[in-house]
Design a protein around this ligand. Structure first.
Ligand code: SF4
Length: 156
């Protein structure tokens, strides 16, 4: 099995309660959304199909037990469900940074969801998959809100 990948790198986690920890990032290619402030447009196209084994070899080489699967929208590729399960089987601590458009239901429960809830100014609030919020587990998942203004009436 393979995934279309934009980049794989080792860095320091910059967001969530895991900020400051060394973290390997697997940035997958493609996103069905178009948030107005997106800083990852370079992930929308291109990328490279890489076999799971090759990805695991690179991650094992980093020697870092925390991995974030991000994008783009990481859950938009169907093979990602198997990939996440295999990461968990390998005893990695796995974070999934998702834009909330795709259902988190099939994601391995050992992985932690970082749910980026799209606020009105993103231009994509109507595409939030609301059942994802009901699936959040307070003891391990997290939410992120990028807020540009106080125009909350847009939700009305
Ligand atoms: S969900 Fe993320 S990657 Fe996709 S358009 Fe929005 S900010 Fe960009």
């Amino acid at each position: 099995m393979d995934l279309r990948v934009t980049e794989i790198f080792l860095s320091i986690q910059g967001e969530s309660s895991h900020a400051g920890r060394p973290c390997s990032f697997v940035r997958l290619t493609g996103c069905p959304m178009r948030c107005v402030w997106c800083d990852s447009e370079y992930t929308f196209w291109g990328g490279q199909k890489i076999d799971f084994d090759e990805i695991f070899a690179k991650l094992d080489g980093f020697g870092c037990k925390l991995i974030e699967v991000t994008g783009g929208e990481p859950l938009a590729q169907k093979n990602v469900v198997s990939f996440i399960r295999e990461l968990c089987d390998r005893d990695y601590e796995v974070l999934i940074e998702t834009g909330g458009y795709v259902s988190t239901e099939p994601v391995d429960p050992r992985a932690k969801i970082i749910l980026d809830v799209k606020c009105p100014a993103s231009g994509e609030a109507e595409r939030n998959h609301w059942p994802n919020l009901e699936r959040l587990r307070p003891e391990m998942d997290e939410v992120k809100f990028v807020v540009a203004d106080l125009d909350y009436w847009a939700f009305a």
